[in-house]
Ligand binder design. Structure first.
Ligand SMILES: [Zn+2]
Length: 377
C-alpha cells in the first residue's frame, strides 16, 4: 500500500463523491482548513483567482479550489497535480484531496520531503463538468459546452470547430482558449517559482472501456518532446515483446556496442523515461495493477489510436510526439512547453472506485518520491 493512503480516511470520505458540487466543495474547504490548522508543514486553501484577482467563477457560477502544501522557499521545485481535466472523471478529485490531507498529517518522511518541494493540487479543474458528469468542448471563440460524457473515441480531435477542453489548453491564440482555461494557465504560469512536474489524473468513464479495459490497472502517459528525427528513429524500432526479443534486449542493454534494434535501447537514455518507469515500479511494488501488455492488442483496435504508431515502452506511452505530429498539445504538453517541466497523464480503467483512488494515490506518492527524493524502484 502507498504510505499516502489512510484506509480510514478513504473509507470515510468515499461518500463525498456522491454529493452535489457545492456540498463537496464545502466539505473540502472545511476539512482542508481543519487539517491545515494542525499541519506541521505550511499550506493554504484558496479559490482560483481571475485576471483581476477576484475569485474566478465558471459559466455555471462555480468556484475552482486550489490546495497547496510545502515549503514556500522551495517553489523552484513545484509539482502540480490536477484532476477533472475531463469534468466527469470525478474519482481523482478525491484522490488529490486525500493526498493533500495525508501530507497535512505530516510525519518525518513527508516533512523532510516537503522541505524541498511545493505541491499544488487542483482537485476540480472543471466544476461545471463535475456537476454535470460530462466533459467540456471548446469552440473557436473559446466558448465551452458540456455534452454527454463522450461523443465518440475521436473526441479529442477538432471536429465541426469543437475541440476537447484538454486539447484547447495548447491552442495557439489566447482568445480561443476559453475563460476557465486562461484563468488556470495564468495562475500556474505566474507561480513565483518554477513548475518541475505537471501531472494530469484521468479515469475512463465510457461504456466501451467497461468491456475493453475491465480491470486494466493504471497506465502512465509520458509527455516527452523529442526532436522529429529522434521520434522517427524510435518509431522505426521495435518493442521487445516475445521471449526471444526480451532475451536479446536484455543482452543488448548489457553490451551496447551495436546500433539500437529495440525502442528501449534508445528510450532508457531519457531521464524522464527512467523516472516514469520508477514511478510505475513503485505503484507495482504497492501491489496495485499496472496496465498489461495483454491490453496492448485491444488498444490497437481503437480507431483513435490506430492511425498512430505509438512508441510504447514497458506499458508507458510516449504521448508527446504523437500529438505533436497531429498538431495537438494537451495540458501537460502546454506546461512542458512553457516551463520545461515533465508532463504525465494517468488513465485508470474500469474497476472499483477505491482501487482507482489507490492507484492514483500511489502515482502521486511515486511522483513525489522519484522526483523530489530521487528514489528509484
Ligand atoms: Zn480523461
Amino acid at each position: 500500500m502507498p504510505v499516502l493512503v489512510d484506509p480510514a480516511l478513504l473509507g470515510t470520505h468515499l461518500g463525498l463523491l456522491e454529493r452535489g458540487y457545492e456540498d463537496f466543495l464545502e466539505a473540502m474547504e472545511t476539512l482542508a482548513l481543519e487539517y491545515l490548522s494542525r499541519s506541521p508543514v505550511p499550506g493554504r486553501f484558496l479559490f482560483l483567482p481571475d485576471a483581476t484577482g477576484n475569485e474566478f467563477r465558471t459559466a455555471g457560477g462555480r468556484r475552482i479550489p486550489v490546495l497547496e502544501i510545502g515549503n514556500p522557499e522551495a517553489r523552484e521545485n513545484t509539482l502540480v497535480f490536477e484532476a477533472t481535466c475531463h469534468g466527469g472523471e470525478k474519482v481523482h478529485s478525491l484522490t488529490l484531496f486525500l493526498a493533500f490531507l495525508a501530507l497535512c498529517q505530516g510525519g518525518s518522511e513527508w516533512e523532510t520531503l516537503l522541505e524541498r518541494a511545493y505541491c499544488v493540487f487542483l482537485p476540480v479543474m472543471d466544476p461545471d463538468g463535475w456537476h454535470k458528469e460530462t466533459r467540456a468542448y471548446v469552440d473557436r471563440s473559446g466558448e465551452e459546452v458540456r455534452t454527454p460524457v463522450v461523443v465518440s473515441m475521436n473526441h479529442i480531435r477538432n471536429f465541426f470547430g469543437w475541440e476537447d477542453a484538454n486539447a484547447a489548453f495548447g491552442r495557439k491564440t489566447v482568445a480561443t482558449r476559453g475563460r476557465r482555461i486562461q484563468a488556470l494557465q495564468q495562475y500556474l504560469l505566474s507561480q513565483p517559482g518554477n513548475i518541475r512536474v505537471y501531472s494530469s489524473l484521468h479515469e475512463t468513464v465510457t461504456l466501451e472501456s467497461e468491456y475493453v479495459y475491465k480491470n486494466a490497472g493504471i497506465m502512465i502517459f509520458l509527455h516527452e518532446r523529442l526532436a522529429p528525427e529522434e521520434y522517427e528513429r524510435i518509431a522505426r524500432l521495435r518493442y521487445h515483446l516475445t521471449f526471444c526479443e526480451k532475451v536479446e534486449y536484455f543482452l543488448r542493454s548489457r553490451f551496447p556496442f551495436f546500433p539500437p534494434k529495440y525502442r528501449g535501447e534508445v528510450l532508457m537514455h531519457y531521464p524522464s523515461v527512467q523516472k516514469t518507469l520508477a514511478i510505475r515500479n513503485f505503484i507495482r511494488k504497492c501491489g496495485l495493477p499496472i496496465f498489461q501488455d495483454a491490453f496492448e492488442a485491444a488498444f490497437r483496435e481503437i480507431p483513435f489510436f490506430m492511425e498512430r504508431d505509438l512508441p510504447v515502452f514497458e506499458g508507458i506511452y510516449l504521448i508527446g510526439p504523437i500529438f505533436q505530429k497531429a498538431g495537438i498539445a494537451l495540458a501537460p504538453d502546454f506546461y512542458q512547453y512553457h516551463t520545461g517541466c515533465t508532463g504525465r497523464t494517468i488513465e485508470t480503467f474500469a474497476q472499483r472506485k477505491e482501487l482507482r483512488i489507490l492507484q492514483g494515490l500511489a502515482f502521486v506518492e511515486g511522483t513525489l518520491r522519484v522526483e523530489v527524493k530521487g528514489e528509484r524502484f
